[in-house]
Design a protein around this ligand. Structure first.
Ligand code: NDP
Length: 328
């Protein structure tokens, strides 16, 4: 059983961040949003990034910006906000040589911790604050006075204060304003990977099959795209699911639609779906997927590049272009 606790804003204080320098390393999607939110919450934030457009953006936003290793040396709470697959090298080359006892490492996703790909030395706290939102949303919601919920976890508690620090960070980026989930790195990583490898993977396959079957049957490709996702009806339905419930939102559809969905769903999805989803979960929990992905990374992503090329060569892409012309 995966235990968790919901933490609200008034249950945490910012005291644990008082007098500390927060070094945000990586000024991309999450880096920029979290750095701006934490500064607006009163924290002392600096940025670490290679000297390029990201660093320029940080300077333009008014931050002191350094190379990653310099920021790691100056900061004592270090946020690793570069892509997960870049974190191991960054950690080894720029972070580890600059870590001191009492420092804190902060992750926005548990992948590298869960699979022991990054191990902090003794004396260093390791926490995770993983927003369930793209960076832009983390910033926009904060500015509006709300926030994006996060999964929070303590991975290593050298100081005995890691939980307070973790929740103070979640508070400072606005995540506690809407309640956040304090649990474990395992819960966040497993559920996140499962959604990607089962739920969303199957959704993309369902939409691609919809396109293939209807186009083969003679329907205009651009109309198929418009019907399935281009009109944004699907986005509205997901919004209604969040607001009223997956089953409750059915009443927004016609009776014919409801009968079609409920009677045909289990048949078209097939008996094997649950078993295949269980296999996906097993591959996450036994490390098979992580081994495959690590091998890809080491070889320069050969299979991934092929898969992406096939996706971008699929006739869906041309159909979408035509759909956009049609909508203009
Ligand atoms: P981005 O892709 O936006 O990161 C870009 C930043 O990383 C830039 O500052 C870039 O600078 C730097 N970077 C890229 N490659 C390297 C490298 N090899 N070495 C050093 N720096 C590098 O990342 P995200 O913000 O999307 O992800 C950051 C973390 O947040 C991840 O752990 C991710 O799982 C997590 N997360 C992401 C969410 C999202 O919606 N994007 C949601 C929740 C969590 P430069 O290229 O100049 O080095």
């Amino acid at each position: 059983m995966y235990d968790y606790e919901v933490i609200e804003d008034e249950q945490a204080s910012m005291d644990a961040l008082e007098g500390r320098t927060l070094a945000v390393i990586g000024y991309g999607n999450q880096g920029r949003a979290q750095a701006l939110n934490m500064r607006d919450s009163g924290c002392n934030v600096i940025v670490g990034n290679r000297g390029d457009a990201y660093r320029e953006q940080a300077l333009e936003d008014g931050f002191e910006a350094y190379l990653p290793a310099e920021a790691a040396a100056k900061g004592d709470i270090l946020f690793l906000l570069v892509p997960d697959e870049a974190q191991q090298d960054l950690f080894r080359e720029s972070i580890l040589p600059n870590l001191n006892e009492g420092d804190v490492l902060v992750f926005a996703h548990g992948y590298n911790l869960y699979y022991d790909l990054i191990e902090a030395p003794e004396g260093v706290d390791v926490v995770m604050v993983a927003p369930r939102m793209i960076g832009r949303g983390v910033r926009d919601l904060y500015v509006k006075g709300s926030g994006a919920s996060s999964y929070c976890a303590v991975h290593a508690d050298a100081s005995g204060k890691a939980k307070d620090i973790c929740l103070a960070i979640a508070k400072s980026i606005g995540s506690l304003r809407v309640g956040s989930i304090l649990s474990t790195v395992a819960l966040e990583t497993e559920i996140d990977l499962f959604m990607e490898q089962a739920t969303w993977a199957a959704t993309v396959a369902v939409l691609t099959t919809t396109f293939d079957v209807l186009v083969e049957a003679g329907f205009p490709p651009e109309i198929v795209c418009h019907e399935t996702w281009g009109s944004k009806e699907a986005a509205e339905i997901f919004e209604a699911c969040a607001d009223t419930g997956l089953m409750q939102q059915m009443s927004l559809h016609s009776q014919t639609s409801q009968f079609g969905q409920l009677s045909r769903g289990p048949v078209v999805a097939g008996d094997g779906l649950k078993e295949r989803f269980k296999e996906a979960l097993a591959g996450i929990q036994n490390g098979k997927f992580a081994q495959e992905w690590e091998m890809e990374r080491m070889l320069g992503y050969p299979h991934f590049k092929k898969l992406k090329k096939n996706a971008l060569d699929h006739p869906i892409n041309a159909a979408e272009e035509k759909m956009r012309e049609m909508e203009e």
